[in-house]
Design a protein around this ligand. Structure first.
Ligand SMILES: Cc1cc2nc3c(=O)[nH]c(=O)nc-3n(C[C@H](O)[C@H](O)[C@H](O)COP(=O)(O)O)c2cc1C
Length: 348
């Protein structure tokens, strides 16, 4: 296929992803209802002294949330990236851009990603590209936005539902291993909404990966989105597929104490963020909630949404007696229901 045609297909897909994301609501169980945190009637802290700031990739951020990978590569998505970058700068939280392959193939679109670094010049900006990419392309993605880290995405379930999607999945682990051994920039391997299991995370850990993003089931669902794009094939038989976000976090945290885990996939509530940190996540990743708020209600509403999450986190932290994120990460949590059954079978 010639380059121009390939770009047109990718560009159309980028815009359609946003449009179809806005049209589909896929509320499924992210697993967090099976995590229990208990009220502390004697918190012995003052509300005014509670801090949500923490460190990530050697920088201090205001709360343990990142704007996770969404988009870039077209005129329409350039505008979205500008607004997301402004949000990440004003809220002092990290932001990952969407997959950059489109701008590696069509240099005129580099600005739709580069603009994120221009706007957020000193914050944490994270590159994104398929885990199948060549080392050279990963380096180009990093350089394009002077990235603090790069996400390598795994998206088998999405690709198989795409008419034009990849059908070759052999050799990806080895590719990741080679990239990890050569690249100086930290690497985060992420799923896009179907979750990472203990086994997959362990293989990645053994390949040298030290940052994982669960990308669990429970929020944005690319099987539903791709199914809408692809009128010929029906993949609705996969609609419940995936490892829930809370389960994926539990699985990944069982791999090793020095595997840093970002918890993402259907995170929409402060309670889920607080539970993620108590379960050992470094921070949480949010795409759908912020994108929807931005496109439905505008920039100020998206900013207010993040501020509301921060305020509500502080309320939970008060009720748990945790005055900072480090203390929150030491809070005891309990498992119940399906998640406990599963945990017992797999790890006890
Ligand atoms: C419109 C849209 C485009 C996305 N594009 C990418 C992408 O290019 N690369 C990637 O790794 N993840 C991509 N994602 C997946 C998100 O980063 C995230 O893993 C997923 O949406 C689950 O999180 P959520 O439930 O908070 O949306 C995209 C998500 C949305 C909504």
């Amino acid at each position: 296929m010639d380059k121009e045609r390939e770009y047109k297909i990718r560009a159309a897909r980028k815009d359609e992803h946003i449009k179809l994301f806005m049209e589909t609501v896929h509320a499924s169980d992210n697993g967090f209802r099976d995590i229990v945190l208990q009220n502390n009637a004697l918190p012995e802290i003052d509300f005014g002294g509670i801090a949500t700031s923490c460190k990530f990739l050697d920088k201090t951020i205001d709360l343990p949330i990142m704007i996770n990978a969404v988009t870039g590569g077209t005129e329409y998505t350039l505008d979205i990236n500008k607004q997301l970058a402004k949000l990440s700068r004003e809220c002092n939280i990290p932001m990952a851009v969407g997959s950059q392959t489109i701008a590696i193939e069509n240099k005129s679109m580099r600005n739709s990603f580069g603009v994120v670094r221009e706007i957020n010049d000193s914050g944490i900006v994270i590159a994104n590209i398929s885990a199948n990419s060549s080392y050279e392309n990963v380096c180009e993605a990093v350089e394009m936005i002077e990235a603090d880290a790069v996400q390598l995405h795994l998206n088998t379930a999405q690709e198989i539902c795409m008419g034009e999607g990849d059908r070759h999945f052999k050799g990806i682990l080895n590719n990741i291993k080679n990239i990890v051994s050569s690249l100086q920039t930290p690497i985060i391997v992420k799923e896009v909404g179907f979750g990472l299991s203990f086994e997959a995370a362990k293989k990645l850990y053994n390949a040298g990966v030290r940052y994982i993003d669960t990308g669990g089931r429970g929020g944005t669902n690319f099987i539903t989105i791709e199914d809408r794009r692809n009128q010929e094939l029906d993949y609705s038989f996969l609609k419940h597929w995936g490892i829930s976000t809370a389960q994926s976090l539990l699985e990944c945290k069982n791999v090793s104490g020095d595997l840093k885990v970002i918890c993402s996939g259907g995170i929409t509530k402060a309670e889920e963020i607080v539970k993620s940190i108590a379960m050992g996540a470094e921070l949480t990743g949010i795409s759908g909630l912020i994108l929807r708020e931005l496109l439905d209600n505008g920039y100020d509403a998206a900013k207010a949404c993040i501020e509301r999450l921060q305020y509500e986190m502080k309320v939970f932290m008060l009720l748990l007696g945790a005055e900072n994120i480090e203390k929150l990460s030491q809070i005891e949590y309990l498992l119940k229901g399906e998640l406990y059954q599963f945990y017992k079978q797999k790890f006890l």
